[in-house]
Structures are given as C-alpha cells and as structure tokens.
Design a protein around this ligand. Sequence first.
Ligand code: GLA
Length: 378
Amino acid sequence: MKTYLIIPAMILALASCQKPAEMKTTDATNQEVFGKMPDGREVKIFTLTNKNGLTARVTEYGAILVSMETPDKAGKTADITHGYDTLEGWLTNTSYLGSTVGRFGNRIKDGKFALDGKVYTLATNNKPGGIPCHLHGGLKGFDKVLWSGKPFGDNGVEFTYVSKDGEEGYPGNLTVKTTYTLNDDNELKWETTATTDAPTIVNIVHHSYWNLSGDPTTSINDHELTLNAPHFLPTDTGLIPTGEIAPVAGTPMDFTNPMIIGERVDADFEALKFGGGYDHCWVLEKGEGVRLAARIKDPESGRVMEVSTDQPAIQFYGGNFLDGSFAGKGGVKYAKRSALCLETEGFPDAPNKPAFPSCVLRPGETYKHVMIHKFSAE
Ligand code: GLA
C-alpha cells in the first residue's frame, strides 16, 4: 500500500524539480502571471472556457478582454478581437483595445461639467476635428490602471478598482466591480457596478474591437450590422452631440434592418463626414431590463455576435482611426476599419445635456451596466 503512494509522490517531486523557474503556473481557476507593471506589480490573466470550445482571456490590467476565441460555421476556432500578445503590448495601448473604459466613457465637451453648482475640469485628451474634448476617462482612465482580479461564480472573474476622489478630475471615491462570465450558451457577460461616497458622473464602457472573420487583416466593411435603434445623436465637428435625437429612417445611419457596413460608410451624409465613417451613438429602442441592442454577422465565416444591454445607447465605432501605425497580435498592423466596436453606454456629454438621461451617481445609489455578447455561427 505504502509503495503505491510513494511512487506518485516521487513522480510529482521530479516534475516540480524539472519545471524552469520562469515557467508560468496555472492553478484550478486558470489564472497565470501575464507580466509586470512598470512599477513591478504583478498582473494576472485568467482563462475562461466553455463546453463548446469558446475561450475568453481577461487581465487585471485595464480589466481588458485580451482575446475571444469562437468557432466559425465550419467549427474552426479563431480569436476575433484586436489586441496584443503580451502585457507589454497592452501597456502601450492608446486605442482602448478590449478595455473597460471609465470613469466616463465617450466624450465630454471641453472636458468640463457642472454638478450641484460646482464646475469640474477634466483632461482634454482628444481632438476630433481640431476641437479638444475629454475622452474615455482622461489621460489615465480605467483602461490604464491595475485592477484586482479573483475568480467569480461558476466560470467568471471579478475585477475591483477603487478610483480615488479627484482622480482624473472626477469627484468622489468610486468603487468599481467588473465581472466577466462565460456560460455554456456561448454568452460572455460583462457587468459593472459602482458606488460612490460623493456625487459624481459614471459611464463605464466595454471597448473590444471585433473582426468576426478571425482574420485581422480583413475589413469589417463586409460585416452585416443590425442596430435595434430608431434614433441616433448627431454631433458637431468635434463629435460632441448637438442635443438633437434624430430619426435614422431614410439615412445611412439606419441599421434597423441588417445592412452591410461598407455599402453606405462613404455616403454623402454630414454625420459620416464628421465621424470619418461610423463613429456615433445610437439611441436604443426603449424597453425594460437587458434587451437585444445589436447583431453583427460576418457572412463568410458565418460568425454572429449579438449584443444585449440594460443601457439606453450604443456607440458603433467602425475603426476609422486605426491606421496601421502599431503592431498587434502576431505582428499584424491593424488597418483602418479592420475592426469595429459596439459600446453600450449612457449618452455622450450627458453631464452637459440636461435633456439626456442622467449619468449622475450619488452616495447610496449603485451604478449598474450589463453587456452580454452571445456568439454563434450560421
Ligand atoms: C471610441 C470613439 C472613437 C475613438 C475610439 C478610440 O469608440 O468613439 O472616436 O476615439 O474610441 O480610438
């Protein structure tokens, strides 16, 4: 009896001796060391898989979705997100690839807003049309900080970040929790909650870049998009909403029926000129709770992604600013319109537009944002 126990113990001991010192370890929750922050702090990456062969990888840096592998209609699996192979790559990311963006995703006019009679000034870190504005949380938003990750539920990860009062100019200590879960119905759920100890503004947004073909050298102009959105928000040349909520009917912004993106992207239409293509906020069909917002299909691979949310709006960004200037996964230089983002959200510049749904969060309230990506192939 004793001999039987000794032999496996010896094998285990031998195996651990042979393991190179720098080898990454995976424990039962599929977490590994992804790399180190410039200040030496360790950054973890977690792998979630399901019974249908889907794999999602998420990291503590920026609460980023690093990769999402799904099968096409022939069962061939590929990563359908833009990103980097290593943490070092992600540390240089200025395009919010896969990131959890905050405290306020999207744009705020002139980087200023008033709350309870006090004016707050934020960084103006973006300049579309030559007009400075605040974008995606500022110079060092939630996409560029180290969150703290741990396993969550049956097949998920929970990331926590505490954004200090005054960080990037925003008032109030904000405690943020973002979870990713992958289920056997092929749903990747991103959910964020936040609480504050002083009145503040919140609009936390998931910012993955998708190319459902699995080949990041191709254009998403071939993808077919449906948006459950009868209206969109026209902007000025600085991509700040004018305040108008315009019907999409009869315009190239109408995706209420499935449309190939490339068919109208270069149409002679003011909003498309200002955005350099599609880069706008659509107002979703009103409804209760989590509901279908968008459906995207790559006709060739047959991959389909459906996006559901509890938010009032969605930004469809067609990757117009990608310009091949940096190399991502596998050294691929991501070209213009080689990926698209579907960012469920509150309305851009809501803090300066009293008629828009409020993005103010007060002590005692909980901000909540659910975004479900459901993958299939047909
Ligand atoms: C958002 C904006 C775009 C662009 C990207 C990041 O989705 O709508 O204009 O700034 O982020 O490059």
